[in-house]
Every structure is written in structure tokens, then in C-alpha cells.
Design a protein around this ligand. Sequence first.
Ligand code: SAH
Length: 230
Amino acid sequence: MKMHIDIISVLPRLLDSPFSHSILKRAIDKELVEVNVIDLRDYAENKNRQVDDYAFGGGAGMVMTIEPIAKCIEALKEKRTYDEIIYMSPDGEVINQGMANFYSTQKNLLILCGHYKGVDERVREHFITKEISIGDYVLSGGELAAAVFCDSIIRLIPGVLSDETSALTDSFQDDLLSPPVYSRPADYKGMKVPDVLLSGHTKEIEKWRLNKSLERTKERRPDLYKKGDS
Ligand code: SAH
């Protein structure tokens, strides 16, 4: 099952790079996901292709107007049924690994990237089915947030990572942070790799890793540690 993601943006070029390299590119090349960026200005009917206007009631900052967005979403919905129409927004639900796992199982997603002061509230009320934030800080546009969200879900699609188990041992799966990792050389100027990792005892290594995960979670993320405990 190939996932399809449409992203509506006023700056489509901003999304070129994240999808043209590394794991996301590989997922697209392997045809496990299709990502299509739509230029919102193609749906603006005025001659300047303007998609924003002043806010009613005054105040600083422009607002993305409803007309081009509505036209764009309606046109896209004629071609496809979306599982979710997502608006990237700092006041949305903050993405976590559990949400990434969930969205990685969806088939058709539409993502709207905002700019300026955001989009006219009527867009959110009538067209958007889900609002997602990538954290409690404000970006200048939704594109980087959409790229972060897409990366977190695309890497979880079966077949995208070459070693499929590697996503399962990442931080936050099981509410635990990852244990420390080491590679060659075993001794770098006296800085040594823990003996157990060189021992070849799989059981011992697993035990060490779990302990380190627990230790690290307890120390750095007591909130997660408590959650995993209950
Ligand atoms: N005035 C708005 C912020 C607008 S920022 C407010 O205070 O809530 C412009 C756009 O950037 C938003 O429409 C949204 O699409 C995107 N954006 C900014 N911060 C984001 C975040 N933390 N997560 C997801 N999208 C974000």
C-alpha cells in the first residue's frame, strides 16, 4: 500500500530539499510513498496571485484568505479521499512518536502549511480535520513543520528503513530513550567502549542496553519514565 501525501504551500521550493535526500528520497524512489507539493498561488484568481489580506479588526500581520485554500482543497478532494486534512499549527496537538506510528499507517494525507498570522479561522472550522504542532515555539511557516512531521511518519513505513528493526529501537518507542551507542575504534586515545558491548554475549548486551535506557529515561525524562512504569 503506497502512502500519498499532498502538501499545500505558498513556498513549494522550501520543501524541495527535505524530500530529495536520504531516507525520504529512498522511500519515494522505492514507491512506498508519493509526496506532491501544490502551489497555493495556482488557486488565487487575482492577477498578483495574492493569497493573503489584512485581518478584519485590524492589528499587525496578514492572514491567509479562505478563497484560494477552499478552491485548492475542494479540487484535491475530487481526486482523492483523505484520511485526514491537517493544518500545521503551533496550537495543534504536539506530535509524538505514538502519533507518528499512527499516521504512518494512513493512506492519504493532505497537509496545509500556513504563513504570516496563519489562515482564516473558517478554513480551520470547515476544511481541516486535524491540527498538528511540532512543538511549543513559533516558526515563520508550516513547511518546515510539515517536513518534520512527514519525516517522522515516512521512516516508519515498512520497507523504508533498510534494517526494519532499527525504528523499533529508537527513542520513545516503549516510552524509553535509546541507550548510548558506540562504534570503532574500541579504544580512542584511552576513551574506551564499555566491555560488555565487545563481549559478544547477546543476553548481557540486551540487559545492559535496557538498563542504560531506563537510567537515561529516569534522569532526562522523568515524565516518560513514570508513564512507562504505570
Ligand atoms: N499567529 C500564529 C502563528 C503563525 S506562524 C499563532 O500565534 O498561533 C505561521 C505558520 O507557521 C502557521 O500558520 C503554521 O502553519 C506554521 N507554524 C508555526 N509554528 C508551528 C509549529 N510549532 N508547529 C507547526 N506549524 C507551525
